[in-house]
Ligand binder design. Structure first.
Ligand code: NAD
Ligand code: TYD
Length: 351
């Protein structure tokens, strides 16, 4: 039986990945290491929490003693590393959390893997999950490829860029088997409603103002979370060591167009009058250093490994709106902070 460590498995993408791995690979023991920050929520994994091949470990990836002890306890064959501070606006308000978790935490994991694996590297893999934001901002044209120069502009993207460089350095310097993927903006169920899509759906539902930064002309390239998970699975099993793969589905949308589309879909599903929710759109002060446009060229991943997204943007949006409309209690819990109080009581002071 193989044992795999997934970090950040209680977060948005991590919970989809953990569920996928636990269900698809019953012969693999999946250990989910998560600090349960505001973004980590074990509710996301309720349906699989009692599976025999799943274990949760609460802990901080920055805590070297704890991480080392876990590697000793489980003797991991592989790591898929997602734990991170992930919200750009928070990184502008408080960069240090991002430096600690995204950079120091990644180094801590790499050191533990190196120490545990030594020269016995057959079948071992350190998979680092990263973002297209490391490449900076595009103008009106062009795409990010794997050879685009890194040019991060926010503390978040700079911390992720730094972690990518360090992972690559461990591959070249120590021969640690590693692979990196850089993905575009994800959307789907279980995303914390501080990010654009769940925030907009939640605000439309509650008839609250929809904050659009600047003029709403910034472009993001959206990918359904399940398609990111399928890419990670493929790269994990078939990707070449030391390589980077870009992941994206060519769904570039201006923020304002996306927000209006969500208004139309939610209005239709809730039986509201056409155009009713668009009145909630409120233009607010722009984000500092707001990257204009992201767009991913994922032809290496599709050409080399045969990956392709399974849902269209339109299908993914319908599925996502349905999910948030059907998970009112989840939304209420994560926005009320109730679940954080619960975890404090449940896990406070205990690893
Ligand atoms: P998220 O914020 O929803 O989840 C992050 C998880 O990491 C949470 O469960 C949190 O509790 C945990 N965590 C944070 N600090 C930790 C620490 N010090 N120790 C242990 N656990 C800790 O993030 P997400 O959107 O699911 O993103 C997951 C990964 O994917 C990140 O590395 C992110 O950079 C990358 N990524 C995200 C996107 C996106 O659109 N969301 C796109 C590309 C890449
Ligand atoms: P976000 O979901 O925070 O992802 P990222 O910054 O990592 O791309 O934001 C997506 C886009 O939406 C980004 O251009 C900023 C913008 N945005 C708003 O206009 N209003 C909002 O309330 C939020 C959270 C984001």
């Amino acid at each position: 039986m193989k044992t795999i460590l997934i970090t950040g498995g209680a977060g948005f993408i991590g919970s989809h990945l953990v569920r996928h791995w636990v269900e698809k690979y019953p012969d693999t023991q999946v250990v989910n290491l998560d600090k349960l920050t505001y973004a980590g929520n074990l509710e996301n994994l309720k349906d699989i929490e009692s599976r025999p091949n799943y274990t949760f470990e609460k802990g901080d990836i920055v805590d070297a003693d704890h991480v080392k002890a876990l590697f000793g306890k489980y003797r991991f064959d592989a790591v898929i590393h997602l734990a991170a501070e992930s919200h750009v606006d928070r990184s502008i308000a408080n960069p240090m959390d991002f430096i600690m978790t995204n950079i120091v935490g990644t180094v801590t994991l790499l050191n533990a893997a190196r120490a545990q694996w030594g020269n016995d590297l057959e079948g071992k893999l350190f998979y680092h999950v990263s973002t297209d934001e490391v490449y900076g901002s595009l103008g009106e044209e062009g795409f990010f490829t794997e050879t685009t120069r890194y040019d991060p502009r926010s503390p978040y993207s700079a911390s992720k860029a730094s972690s990518d460089h360090i992972v690559r350095s461990y591959f070249h310097t120590y021969g640690l088997p590693a692979v990196i993927s850089n993905c575009s903006n994800n959307y789907g169920g279980f995303q914390f409603p501080e990010k654009l899509i769940p925030l907009v759906i939640n605000n439309i539902k509650n008839r609250k103002p929809i904050p659009v930064y600047g003029k709403g002309l910034n472009v993001r390239d959206w990918l359904f979370v399940g398609d990111h998970v399928s890419a990670i699975d493929l790269i994990f099993h078939k990707g070449r060591k030391g390589e980077t793969y870009n992941v994206g589905g060519h769904n570039e949308k201006r923020n304002i167009d996306l927000v209006k589309l969500l208004c139309r879909i939610v209005d239709r599903k809730l039986g509201r009058a056409e155009g009713e929710s668009e009145k909630l759109i409120t233009y607010v002060q722009d984000r500092a250093g707001h990257d204009l446009r992201y767009a991913i060229d994922s032809s290496k991943l599709s050409g080399e490994l045969g990956w392709k997204p399974s849902v269209t943007f339109e299908q993914g949006m319908e599925l996502t709106v349905d999910w948030y409309l059907q998970h009112e209690e989840w939304l209420r819990n994560v926005t009320s902070g109730e679940y954080q109080k619960y975890y404090q009581g449940q896990y406070g002071g205990r690893r």
